[in-house]
Design a protein around this ligand. Structure first.
Ligand code: FAD
Length: 477
Protein backbone atom coordinates (compact mmCIF):
# COMPACT_ATOMS: atom_id res chain seq x y z
CA UNK A 1 0.00 0.00 0.00
CA UNK A 2 1.48 3.35 -1.06
CA UNK A 3 1.71 6.19 1.46
CA UNK A 4 2.15 9.75 0.21
CA UNK A 5 5.74 10.85 -0.31
CA UNK A 6 7.11 13.22 2.37
CA UNK A 7 6.73 16.83 1.30
CA UNK A 8 10.32 18.16 1.08
CA UNK A 9 9.29 21.74 1.84
CA UNK A 10 7.61 20.62 5.05
CA UNK A 11 10.66 18.60 6.02
CA UNK A 12 12.82 21.67 5.40
CA UNK A 13 10.63 23.66 7.81
CA UNK A 14 10.89 20.98 10.46
CA UNK A 15 13.27 22.87 12.74
CA UNK A 16 11.10 25.97 12.75
CA UNK A 17 7.90 24.02 13.37
CA UNK A 18 9.46 22.07 16.24
CA UNK A 19 10.74 25.33 17.72
CA UNK A 20 7.25 26.85 17.52
CA UNK A 21 5.69 23.76 19.13
CA UNK A 22 8.26 23.98 21.92
CA UNK A 23 7.06 27.48 22.74
CA UNK A 24 3.51 26.19 23.27
CA UNK A 25 4.26 23.07 25.32
CA UNK A 26 6.53 21.95 28.17
CA UNK A 27 9.97 20.82 26.95
CA UNK A 28 9.34 17.08 27.30
CA UNK A 29 6.02 17.31 25.41
CA UNK A 30 7.61 17.74 21.98
CA UNK A 31 9.42 14.78 20.47
CA UNK A 32 11.49 15.24 17.34
CA UNK A 33 14.44 12.93 17.88
CA UNK A 34 14.33 10.29 15.08
CA UNK A 35 15.00 7.41 17.50
CA UNK A 36 12.17 8.48 19.82
CA UNK A 37 9.80 9.05 16.90
CA UNK A 38 10.09 5.35 16.04
CA UNK A 39 7.76 4.58 18.95
CA UNK A 40 4.99 6.41 17.07
CA UNK A 41 5.67 5.17 13.54
CA UNK A 42 2.74 2.74 13.50
CA UNK A 43 -0.31 1.52 15.36
CA UNK A 44 -1.44 -2.09 15.74
CA UNK A 45 -1.52 -2.51 11.95
CA UNK A 46 2.21 -2.95 12.10
CA UNK A 47 2.70 -3.86 8.44
CA UNK A 48 2.67 -0.09 7.75
CA UNK A 49 5.16 2.28 9.35
CA UNK A 50 6.17 5.90 8.86
CA UNK A 51 7.83 8.10 11.48
CA UNK A 52 6.14 11.51 11.76
CA UNK A 53 7.80 14.92 11.60
CA UNK A 54 7.19 15.38 15.33
CA UNK A 55 5.05 14.10 18.19
CA UNK A 56 3.38 16.35 20.75
CA UNK A 57 1.98 15.25 24.09
CA UNK A 58 -0.19 18.15 25.33
CA UNK A 59 -1.54 18.17 28.87
CA UNK A 60 -4.72 20.21 28.41
CA UNK A 61 -7.35 21.20 25.85
CA UNK A 62 -5.66 24.61 25.62
CA UNK A 63 -2.33 22.99 24.75
CA UNK A 64 -4.00 20.79 22.11
CA UNK A 65 -5.59 23.91 20.64
CA UNK A 66 -2.23 25.70 20.62
CA UNK A 67 -0.59 22.82 18.72
CA UNK A 68 -3.48 22.65 16.24
CA UNK A 69 -3.27 26.40 15.64
CA UNK A 70 0.47 26.27 14.93
CA UNK A 71 0.01 23.35 12.55
CA UNK A 72 -2.87 25.14 10.83
CA UNK A 73 -0.78 28.27 10.34
CA UNK A 74 2.14 26.22 9.02
CA UNK A 75 -0.06 24.01 6.80
CA UNK A 76 1.18 20.90 8.61
CA UNK A 77 -1.05 17.81 8.75
CA UNK A 78 -2.06 16.51 12.17
CA UNK A 79 -2.64 12.90 13.20
CA UNK A 80 -4.60 12.51 16.46
CA UNK A 81 -3.45 9.54 18.51
CA UNK A 82 -4.85 7.79 21.56
CA UNK A 83 -2.99 4.63 22.54
CA UNK A 84 -2.13 3.53 19.01
CA UNK A 85 -4.03 0.21 19.11
CA UNK A 86 -5.94 0.79 15.88
CA UNK A 87 -6.01 -2.30 13.71
CA UNK A 88 -6.86 -0.31 10.58
CA UNK A 89 -3.86 2.04 10.49
CA UNK A 90 -6.06 4.88 11.74
CA UNK A 91 -3.23 6.42 13.78
CA UNK A 92 -0.51 5.77 11.18
CA UNK A 93 1.49 8.98 10.72
CA UNK A 94 2.63 10.55 7.47
CA UNK A 95 6.22 11.77 7.23
CA UNK A 96 5.14 15.42 7.12
CA UNK A 97 2.67 15.30 10.02
CA UNK A 98 2.65 16.28 13.67
CA UNK A 99 1.09 13.63 15.91
CA UNK A 100 -1.07 14.96 18.72
CA UNK A 101 -1.03 12.21 21.34
CA UNK A 102 -3.54 12.55 24.16
CA UNK A 103 -1.88 10.09 26.57
CA UNK A 104 -1.28 12.83 29.17
CA UNK A 105 -4.93 13.88 29.12
CA UNK A 106 -5.96 11.08 31.44
CA UNK A 107 -7.87 12.62 34.32
CA UNK A 108 -11.39 11.98 35.57
CA UNK A 109 -13.05 15.40 35.62
CA UNK A 110 -16.44 14.64 37.14
CA UNK A 111 -18.57 11.71 38.26
CA UNK A 112 -22.30 12.14 38.79
CA UNK A 113 -23.93 8.92 40.00
CA UNK A 114 -27.35 10.51 40.23
CA UNK A 115 -27.36 11.42 36.54
CA UNK A 116 -25.17 8.41 35.67
CA UNK A 117 -22.42 10.21 33.85
CA UNK A 118 -18.66 10.45 34.01
CA UNK A 119 -16.61 13.19 32.36
CA UNK A 120 -13.04 12.27 31.50
CA UNK A 121 -10.12 13.52 29.48
CA UNK A 122 -9.93 11.36 26.41
CA UNK A 123 -6.45 9.93 26.98
CA UNK A 124 -7.89 7.86 29.82
CA UNK A 125 -7.94 4.15 29.03
CA UNK A 126 -11.26 2.43 28.50
CA UNK A 127 -10.88 -0.01 31.40
CA UNK A 128 -9.85 2.70 33.84
CA UNK A 129 -13.16 4.49 33.22
CA UNK A 130 -15.02 1.48 34.61
CA UNK A 131 -12.44 1.19 37.39
CA UNK A 132 -13.21 4.77 38.46
CA UNK A 133 -16.88 3.98 39.13
CA UNK A 134 -16.63 0.32 40.12
CA UNK A 135 -16.78 0.84 43.87
CA UNK A 136 -20.20 2.47 43.55
CA UNK A 137 -21.46 -0.49 41.50
CA UNK A 138 -21.29 1.18 38.06
CA UNK A 139 -19.46 0.45 34.80
CA UNK A 140 -18.84 1.88 31.34
CA UNK A 141 -20.32 -0.56 28.86
CA UNK A 142 -18.28 -0.52 25.60
CA UNK A 143 -15.54 -3.08 26.19
CA UNK A 144 -13.06 -3.50 23.31
CA UNK A 145 -10.78 -6.49 23.91
CA UNK A 146 -7.96 -3.91 23.93
CA UNK A 147 -9.63 -2.06 26.82
CA UNK A 148 -6.62 -2.29 29.12
CA UNK A 149 -4.63 -0.16 26.65
CA UNK A 150 -6.93 1.70 24.28
CA UNK A 151 -8.07 5.22 25.13
CA UNK A 152 -11.50 6.82 25.05
CA UNK A 153 -10.00 9.10 22.36
CA UNK A 154 -9.51 6.18 19.97
CA UNK A 155 -12.84 4.62 21.02
CA UNK A 156 -14.52 7.84 19.89
CA UNK A 157 -12.37 7.97 16.76
CA UNK A 158 -13.36 4.45 15.74
CA UNK A 159 -16.79 4.22 17.39
CA UNK A 160 -15.43 1.11 19.05
CA UNK A 161 -17.40 -1.86 20.28
CA UNK A 162 -16.71 -5.01 22.21
CA UNK A 163 -18.10 -8.33 23.36
CA UNK A 164 -20.86 -6.82 25.48
CA UNK A 165 -22.06 -4.33 22.87
CA UNK A 166 -24.74 -6.75 21.68
CA UNK A 167 -26.87 -5.54 24.56
CA UNK A 168 -25.38 -2.14 25.41
CA UNK A 169 -24.48 -0.72 22.00
CA UNK A 170 -21.15 0.67 20.85
CA UNK A 171 -19.38 3.93 21.77
CA UNK A 172 -21.86 6.19 20.02
CA UNK A 173 -24.67 4.76 22.16
CA UNK A 174 -22.76 5.56 25.36
CA UNK A 175 -21.21 8.91 24.47
CA UNK A 176 -23.10 12.04 25.52
CA UNK A 177 -20.74 14.92 24.87
CA UNK A 178 -17.31 15.82 23.58
CA UNK A 179 -14.93 18.78 23.74
CA UNK A 180 -13.45 18.98 20.27
CA UNK A 181 -10.48 20.99 19.08
CA UNK A 182 -10.86 21.91 15.42
CA UNK A 183 -7.94 22.06 13.03
CA UNK A 184 -7.55 25.84 13.39
CA UNK A 185 -7.46 25.59 17.19
CA UNK A 186 -11.09 26.54 17.81
CA UNK A 187 -12.61 24.61 20.73
CA UNK A 188 -16.24 23.47 20.44
CA UNK A 189 -18.58 21.54 22.72
CA UNK A 190 -20.76 18.89 21.07
CA UNK A 191 -23.65 17.11 22.77
CA UNK A 192 -23.86 17.56 26.52
CA UNK A 193 -24.61 15.56 29.64
CA UNK A 194 -27.98 14.28 28.44
CA UNK A 195 -29.24 11.76 25.91
CA UNK A 196 -30.16 14.20 23.18
CA UNK A 197 -29.02 17.72 22.34
CA UNK A 198 -30.65 20.54 20.42
CA UNK A 199 -29.57 21.21 16.86
CA UNK A 200 -27.77 18.91 14.46
CA UNK A 201 -26.36 15.70 15.89
CA UNK A 202 -22.74 16.70 15.33
CA UNK A 203 -21.68 14.37 18.12
CA UNK A 204 -23.00 11.49 16.01
CA UNK A 205 -20.98 12.77 13.05
CA UNK A 206 -17.78 13.06 15.05
CA UNK A 207 -18.05 9.68 16.78
CA UNK A 208 -16.45 7.24 14.33
CA UNK A 209 -14.94 9.97 12.15
CA UNK A 210 -11.44 8.53 12.67
CA UNK A 211 -9.70 11.72 13.73
CA UNK A 212 -10.71 13.44 10.49
CA UNK A 213 -12.86 16.22 11.91
CA UNK A 214 -11.18 17.35 15.14
CA UNK A 215 -9.27 16.24 18.22
CA UNK A 216 -11.46 15.10 21.11
CA UNK A 217 -9.97 16.14 24.43
CA UNK A 218 -12.80 15.56 26.93
CA UNK A 219 -15.80 13.25 26.86
CA UNK A 220 -18.98 12.80 28.86
CA UNK A 221 -19.90 9.12 29.02
CA UNK A 222 -22.95 7.24 30.19
CA UNK A 223 -22.31 4.87 33.08
CA UNK A 224 -24.61 1.99 33.98
CA UNK A 225 -25.40 0.08 37.14
CA UNK A 226 -23.69 -3.28 37.20
CA UNK A 227 -26.14 -6.15 36.74
CA UNK A 228 -26.97 -8.29 39.74
CA UNK A 229 -25.17 -11.22 38.21
CA UNK A 230 -23.86 -12.58 34.89
CA UNK A 231 -23.04 -16.06 33.64
CA UNK A 232 -21.34 -17.25 30.45
CA UNK A 233 -22.05 -20.65 28.96
CA UNK A 234 -19.66 -22.47 26.60
CA UNK A 235 -21.32 -24.21 23.66
CA UNK A 236 -19.15 -26.36 21.35
CA UNK A 237 -20.17 -27.46 17.84
CA UNK A 238 -18.87 -29.76 15.10
CA UNK A 239 -18.45 -27.03 12.47
CA UNK A 240 -18.30 -23.25 12.01
CA UNK A 241 -21.46 -23.31 9.94
CA UNK A 242 -23.49 -25.11 12.60
CA UNK A 243 -22.30 -22.69 15.28
CA UNK A 244 -23.21 -19.82 12.94
CA UNK A 245 -26.69 -21.27 12.44
CA UNK A 246 -27.14 -21.52 16.21
CA UNK A 247 -26.27 -17.82 16.64
CA UNK A 248 -28.74 -16.90 13.93
CA UNK A 249 -31.49 -18.91 15.68
CA UNK A 250 -30.80 -17.35 19.09
CA UNK A 251 -31.09 -13.84 17.63
CA UNK A 252 -34.20 -14.76 15.62
CA UNK A 253 -35.87 -16.12 18.77
CA UNK A 254 -35.67 -12.63 20.30
CA UNK A 255 -33.58 -13.68 23.30
CA UNK A 256 -31.03 -10.96 24.02
CA UNK A 257 -27.88 -12.27 25.68
CA UNK A 258 -25.38 -9.63 26.69
CA UNK A 259 -22.75 -11.26 24.46
CA UNK A 260 -22.40 -14.03 21.87
CA UNK A 261 -18.78 -14.60 20.92
CA UNK A 262 -17.52 -17.07 18.33
CA UNK A 263 -14.15 -18.84 18.05
CA UNK A 264 -13.05 -21.50 15.59
CA UNK A 265 -10.56 -24.31 16.26
CA UNK A 266 -7.31 -22.38 15.57
CA UNK A 267 -8.42 -19.60 17.92
CA UNK A 268 -9.72 -21.94 20.60
CA UNK A 269 -6.33 -23.68 20.66
CA UNK A 270 -4.30 -20.46 20.73
CA UNK A 271 -6.45 -18.96 23.52
CA UNK A 272 -6.41 -22.15 25.53
CA UNK A 273 -2.60 -22.34 25.33
CA UNK A 274 -2.41 -18.68 26.32
CA UNK A 275 -4.98 -18.45 29.12
CA UNK A 276 -5.87 -22.05 30.14
CA UNK A 277 -9.47 -20.96 30.05
CA UNK A 278 -10.87 -24.50 30.06
CA UNK A 279 -12.20 -24.34 26.51
CA UNK A 280 -13.42 -27.66 25.07
CA UNK A 281 -11.72 -29.39 22.13
CA UNK A 282 -14.27 -28.61 19.40
CA UNK A 283 -14.37 -27.16 15.88
CA UNK A 284 -16.35 -24.06 16.88
CA UNK A 285 -17.12 -22.51 20.24
CA UNK A 286 -19.72 -19.97 21.29
CA UNK A 287 -19.45 -18.03 24.53
CA UNK A 288 -22.95 -16.82 25.33
CA UNK A 289 -23.38 -14.60 28.37
CA UNK A 290 -26.62 -13.58 30.04
CA UNK A 291 -27.13 -11.34 33.03
CA UNK A 292 -29.69 -10.27 35.62
CA UNK A 293 -31.04 -11.83 38.78
CA UNK A 294 -30.53 -15.57 39.38
CA UNK A 295 -34.07 -16.23 38.14
CA UNK A 296 -33.55 -14.11 34.99
CA UNK A 297 -30.26 -15.83 34.25
CA UNK A 298 -31.83 -19.28 34.64
CA UNK A 299 -34.77 -18.39 32.40
CA UNK A 300 -32.65 -16.91 29.59
CA UNK A 301 -30.12 -19.72 29.73
CA UNK A 302 -32.78 -22.40 29.50
CA UNK A 303 -34.18 -20.77 26.32
CA UNK A 304 -30.71 -20.42 24.79
CA UNK A 305 -29.70 -23.96 25.65
CA UNK A 306 -32.95 -25.30 24.21
CA UNK A 307 -32.15 -23.54 20.91
CA UNK A 308 -28.55 -24.79 20.97
CA UNK A 309 -29.70 -28.40 21.45
CA UNK A 310 -31.39 -28.26 18.04
CA UNK A 311 -27.91 -27.91 16.53
CA UNK A 312 -26.45 -31.06 18.09
CA UNK A 313 -23.86 -29.37 20.32
CA UNK A 314 -20.89 -31.46 21.43
CA UNK A 315 -20.53 -29.51 24.66
CA UNK A 316 -22.72 -27.23 26.72
CA UNK A 317 -21.12 -26.02 29.94
CA UNK A 318 -22.24 -23.21 32.19
CA UNK A 319 -19.65 -21.32 34.18
CA UNK A 320 -19.74 -22.50 37.80
CA UNK A 321 -18.06 -19.55 39.51
CA UNK A 322 -16.95 -15.93 39.14
CA UNK A 323 -13.34 -17.16 38.77
CA UNK A 324 -14.32 -19.50 35.93
CA UNK A 325 -16.26 -16.71 34.20
CA UNK A 326 -13.26 -14.38 34.45
CA UNK A 327 -11.03 -17.07 32.90
CA UNK A 328 -13.48 -17.67 30.05
CA UNK A 329 -13.39 -13.94 29.22
CA UNK A 330 -9.65 -13.69 29.72
CA UNK A 331 -9.22 -16.36 27.03
CA UNK A 332 -11.54 -14.61 24.59
CA UNK A 333 -10.09 -11.15 25.18
CA UNK A 334 -6.56 -12.47 24.63
CA UNK A 335 -7.45 -13.93 21.24
CA UNK A 336 -5.62 -11.42 19.03
CA UNK A 337 -2.51 -11.50 21.21
CA UNK A 338 -2.59 -15.30 21.48
CA UNK A 339 -2.84 -15.71 17.69
CA UNK A 340 -0.05 -13.16 17.28
CA UNK A 341 2.27 -15.46 19.22
CA UNK A 342 1.91 -18.21 16.64
CA UNK A 343 1.39 -16.44 13.31
CA UNK A 344 1.51 -13.19 11.39
CA UNK A 345 -2.00 -12.11 10.60
CA UNK A 346 -4.22 -9.38 9.23
CA UNK A 347 -7.30 -8.85 11.36
CA UNK A 348 -10.36 -8.10 9.25
CA UNK A 349 -13.46 -6.38 10.55
CA UNK A 350 -16.62 -6.69 8.51
CA UNK A 351 -20.23 -6.83 9.59
CA UNK A 352 -22.95 -8.99 8.09
CA UNK A 353 -26.61 -9.75 8.82
CA UNK A 354 -26.56 -12.49 11.46
CA UNK A 355 -28.72 -14.75 9.26
CA UNK A 356 -25.83 -14.87 6.73
CA UNK A 357 -23.31 -16.24 9.25
CA UNK A 358 -23.42 -19.89 8.11
CA UNK A 359 -23.01 -18.95 4.42
CA UNK A 360 -20.28 -16.36 5.01
CA UNK A 361 -18.29 -18.66 7.30
CA UNK A 362 -18.36 -21.36 4.60
CA UNK A 363 -17.33 -18.90 1.86
CA UNK A 364 -14.46 -17.57 4.00
CA UNK A 365 -13.18 -21.14 4.31
CA UNK A 366 -13.44 -21.66 0.55
CA UNK A 367 -11.81 -18.35 -0.38
CA UNK A 368 -8.97 -18.95 2.05
CA UNK A 369 -8.32 -22.39 0.55
CA UNK A 370 -8.29 -20.86 -2.95
CA UNK A 371 -5.56 -18.44 -1.86
CA UNK A 372 -3.58 -21.20 -0.12
CA UNK A 373 -3.53 -19.25 3.15
CA UNK A 374 -4.81 -19.95 6.67
CA UNK A 375 -7.63 -18.29 8.55
CA UNK A 376 -8.77 -18.14 12.17
CA UNK A 377 -12.15 -16.75 13.16
CA UNK A 378 -12.94 -14.97 16.41
CA UNK A 379 -15.71 -12.41 16.55
CA UNK A 380 -18.75 -10.78 18.08
CA UNK A 381 -21.24 -13.16 16.49
CA UNK A 382 -24.38 -11.77 18.09
CA UNK A 383 -24.17 -8.54 16.12
CA UNK A 384 -22.63 -10.12 13.01
CA UNK A 385 -19.31 -8.35 13.50
CA UNK A 386 -16.75 -10.73 12.00
CA UNK A 387 -12.99 -10.73 12.57
CA UNK A 388 -11.39 -13.30 10.27
CA UNK A 389 -7.65 -13.33 11.02
CA UNK A 390 -5.83 -14.06 7.77
CA UNK A 391 -2.65 -15.93 8.57
CA UNK A 392 0.43 -15.30 6.45
CA UNK A 393 4.20 -15.44 6.65
CA UNK A 394 5.76 -11.96 6.83
CA UNK A 395 9.10 -13.42 5.75
CA UNK A 396 7.69 -15.00 2.61
CA UNK A 397 7.81 -12.59 -0.34
CA UNK A 398 4.34 -11.93 -1.74
CA UNK A 399 2.47 -13.48 1.20
CA UNK A 400 1.30 -10.15 2.68
CA UNK A 401 0.05 -9.08 -0.74
CA UNK A 402 -1.87 -12.33 -1.09
CA UNK A 403 -3.35 -11.90 2.39
CA UNK A 404 -4.47 -8.35 1.53
CA UNK A 405 -6.18 -9.53 -1.64
CA UNK A 406 -7.96 -12.29 0.27
CA UNK A 407 -8.96 -9.72 2.90
CA UNK A 408 -10.44 -7.48 0.21
CA UNK A 409 -12.41 -10.43 -1.23
CA UNK A 410 -13.82 -11.27 2.21
CA UNK A 411 -14.85 -7.67 2.83
CA UNK A 412 -16.50 -7.51 -0.62
CA UNK A 413 -18.39 -10.65 0.40
CA UNK A 414 -19.59 -8.90 3.57
CA UNK A 415 -20.95 -6.02 1.49
CA UNK A 416 -22.53 -8.41 -1.06
CA UNK A 417 -24.60 -10.14 1.62
CA UNK A 418 -25.92 -6.81 2.91
CA UNK A 419 -23.27 -6.03 5.49
CA UNK A 420 -20.54 -3.42 5.67
CA UNK A 421 -16.78 -2.93 5.47
CA UNK A 422 -16.26 -2.29 9.16
CA UNK A 423 -17.99 -3.12 12.40
CA UNK A 424 -15.76 -1.41 14.91
CA UNK A 425 -12.13 -1.11 13.76
CA UNK A 426 -12.77 1.66 11.25
CA UNK A 427 -11.52 2.19 7.70
CA UNK A 428 -8.14 3.82 8.33
CA UNK A 429 -5.62 3.14 5.57
CA UNK A 430 -6.54 -0.54 5.52
CA UNK A 431 -9.91 -0.23 3.81
CA UNK A 432 -9.82 3.24 2.28
CA UNK A 433 -9.66 1.94 -1.29
CA UNK A 434 -12.58 -0.41 -0.67
CA UNK A 435 -14.94 2.44 0.24
CA UNK A 436 -16.17 2.48 -3.36
CA UNK A 437 -17.38 -1.12 -2.89
CA UNK A 438 -19.75 0.09 -0.19
CA UNK A 439 -20.65 3.58 -1.39
CA UNK A 440 -21.73 5.05 -4.72
CA UNK A 441 -20.15 8.33 -5.93
CA UNK A 442 -22.99 10.48 -4.52
CA UNK A 443 -22.88 8.74 -1.12
CA UNK A 444 -19.15 9.23 -0.89
CA UNK A 445 -19.39 12.85 -2.03
CA UNK A 446 -21.85 13.58 0.81
CA UNK A 447 -19.26 12.32 3.30
CA UNK A 448 -16.53 14.38 1.64
CA UNK A 449 -18.63 17.53 2.11
CA UNK A 450 -18.69 16.91 5.86
CA UNK A 451 -14.91 16.63 5.86
CA UNK A 452 -14.69 19.83 3.76
CA UNK A 453 -16.73 21.73 6.34
CA UNK A 454 -14.78 20.63 9.42
CA UNK A 455 -11.35 20.63 7.79
CA UNK A 456 -11.40 22.69 4.58
CA UNK A 457 -7.65 22.30 4.01
CA UNK A 458 -7.71 18.53 4.57
CA UNK A 459 -4.95 18.65 7.17
CA UNK A 460 -6.49 16.31 9.75
CA UNK A 461 -5.44 12.67 9.62
CA UNK A 462 -4.63 12.64 5.92
CA UNK A 463 -4.75 9.67 3.55
CA UNK A 464 -7.30 7.75 5.63
CA UNK A 465 -10.92 6.69 5.24
CA UNK A 466 -11.40 7.90 1.65
CA UNK A 467 -9.73 6.36 -1.41
CA UNK A 468 -6.18 7.72 -1.54
CA UNK A 469 -6.59 9.44 -4.91
CA UNK A 470 -9.74 11.19 -3.65
CA UNK A 471 -8.14 12.58 -0.47
CA UNK A 472 -5.02 13.66 -2.35
CA UNK A 473 -6.97 15.57 -4.98
CA UNK A 474 -9.25 17.10 -2.33
CA UNK A 475 -6.24 18.25 -0.34
CA UNK A 476 -4.55 19.70 -3.41
CA UNK A 477 -7.71 21.60 -4.47
C1 FAD B 1 -5.58 -6.84 20.73
C2 FAD B 1 -6.58 -5.86 20.20
C3 FAD B 1 -7.93 -6.09 20.41
C4 FAD B 1 -8.87 -5.18 19.91
N1 FAD B 1 -10.19 -5.41 20.16
C5 FAD B 1 -11.11 -4.50 19.75
C6 FAD B 1 -12.49 -4.69 20.05
O1 FAD B 1 -12.90 -5.66 20.68
N2 FAD B 1 -13.34 -3.75 19.62
C7 FAD B 1 -12.93 -2.64 18.93
O2 FAD B 1 -13.77 -1.81 18.56
N3 FAD B 1 -11.63 -2.45 18.64
C8 FAD B 1 -10.71 -3.34 19.03
N4 FAD B 1 -9.39 -3.13 18.75
C9 FAD B 1 -8.98 -1.95 17.95
C10 FAD B 1 -8.59 -0.70 18.78
O3 FAD B 1 -8.19 -1.07 20.08
C11 FAD B 1 -9.75 0.29 18.82
O4 FAD B 1 -9.96 0.84 17.53
C12 FAD B 1 -9.50 1.44 19.82
O5 FAD B 1 -10.65 2.20 19.99
C13 FAD B 1 -8.37 2.36 19.41
O6 FAD B 1 -8.10 3.18 20.51
P1 FAD B 1 -6.69 3.90 20.65
O7 FAD B 1 -6.77 4.82 21.81
O8 FAD B 1 -5.59 2.95 20.65
O9 FAD B 1 -6.72 4.79 19.32
P2 FAD B 1 -5.61 5.02 18.22
O10 FAD B 1 -5.20 3.73 17.62
O11 FAD B 1 -4.54 5.88 18.76
O12 FAD B 1 -6.48 5.84 17.15
C14 FAD B 1 -7.60 5.27 16.55
C15 FAD B 1 -8.29 6.32 15.67
O13 FAD B 1 -8.84 7.34 16.47
C16 FAD B 1 -8.32 8.61 16.10
N5 FAD B 1 -8.09 9.38 17.33
C17 FAD B 1 -7.21 9.10 18.31
N6 FAD B 1 -7.27 10.03 19.26
C18 FAD B 1 -8.22 10.91 18.86
C19 FAD B 1 -8.73 12.09 19.43
N7 FAD B 1 -8.27 12.59 20.58
N8 FAD B 1 -9.70 12.75 18.76
C20 FAD B 1 -10.17 12.29 17.57
N9 FAD B 1 -9.71 11.17 16.99
C21 FAD B 1 -8.74 10.49 17.64
C22 FAD B 1 -7.00 8.30 15.40
O14 FAD B 1 -6.60 9.34 14.53
C23 FAD B 1 -7.35 7.01 14.69
O15 FAD B 1 -8.02 7.28 13.50
C24 FAD B 1 -8.44 -4.03 19.20
C25 FAD B 1 -7.07 -3.81 19.00
C26 FAD B 1 -6.16 -4.72 19.49
C27 FAD B 1 -4.70 -4.44 19.25
Amino acid sequence: MRMPEPDPSILARKARIVARLATALPKDAVISDPAELRAYECDALTAYRCPPLAVTLPGSTEEVAAVARICFEEGVPVVPRGSGTSLAGGALPTADCVVIGVARLNRVLEIDYEDRIIRVQTGRTNLSVSAAVEEEGFFYAPDPSSQLACAIAGNIGMNSGGAHCLKYGVTTNNLLGVTLVLMDGTVVELGGAHLDAAGYDLLGVVCGSEGQLGIATEATLRILRKPEGARPVLMGFGSNEVAGACVSDIIRAGVLPVAIEFMDRPCIRACEDFAQAGYPDVEALLIVEVEGSEAEIAEQLSKIIEIARRHAPEVIRESGSAEESALIWKGRKSAFGAMGQIADYICLDGTIPVSELPFVLRRIGELTADYGLGVANVFHAGDGNMHPLILYDANKPGDLDKAEHLGADILRLCVEVGGCLTGEHGVGVEKRDLMTVQFGPADLEAQLWVKDVFDPRWLLNPAKVFPLATSESRRAA
